[in-house]
Design a protein around this ligand. Sequence first.
Ligand code: FMN
Length: 174
Amino acid sequence: MNQPIQDAIRKRRSIREFKEKKVSRDLLYKIVDAGIWAPSGLNNQPWRFVLVLDAETRDKLAGQTTYSHIILAAPSLIVVLLDKSAMYNEVKDYQSAGACIQNMLLATEELGLGAVWLGQILQNKKSVNAIFDLNDNYELMAVLAIGYPLHRNQKSQRKPFADFILQEIRGDQE
Ligand SMILES: Cc1cc2nc3c(=O)[nH]c(=O)nc-3n(C[C@H](O)[C@H](O)[C@H](O)COP(=O)(O)O)c2cc1C
């Protein structure tokens, strides 16, 4: 059975090393579009994006995280922010941002690209806003480093399935 979404979910790995090849704007827009089609509470779509394709801005962002080497290696970056004026419930809006980011990661996988979700940089979110001249109305959620994977040797593990199931309340049908 063809299961492209299941395949993308299982095959996706955080990619932290990239080829120098640039990512076309068309592909980046497709990735952002996948993010925009994530669900959000009341369909409020609180996510906003900054696309970074130039070396100068990349260098400035790299200075805001201990993962600078990843940012410097990536030909493109998508900065994901929440627009506070569009928010209605903090928890739900943060959840929506997560759904948006995961959609983008899966789209990246489908397009033959690789990406990593960078969160450590949030500790310098005010400085990141300043780089883009954005005021406190915008709250940094993540930076996605995106490019063509240098290799696909990354391994990742998950705990056993049963560790996550707190209860399974069975009905008569099974
Ligand atoms: C909220 C969040 C923050 C993350 N921050 C970072 C980060 O700052 N640097 C990094 O290298 N990876 C970061 N990651 C990637 C995780 O390390 C990675 O998803 C995890 O190790 C599982 O590996 P996999 O994505 O290949 O399955 C982050 C992931 C999430 C969801």
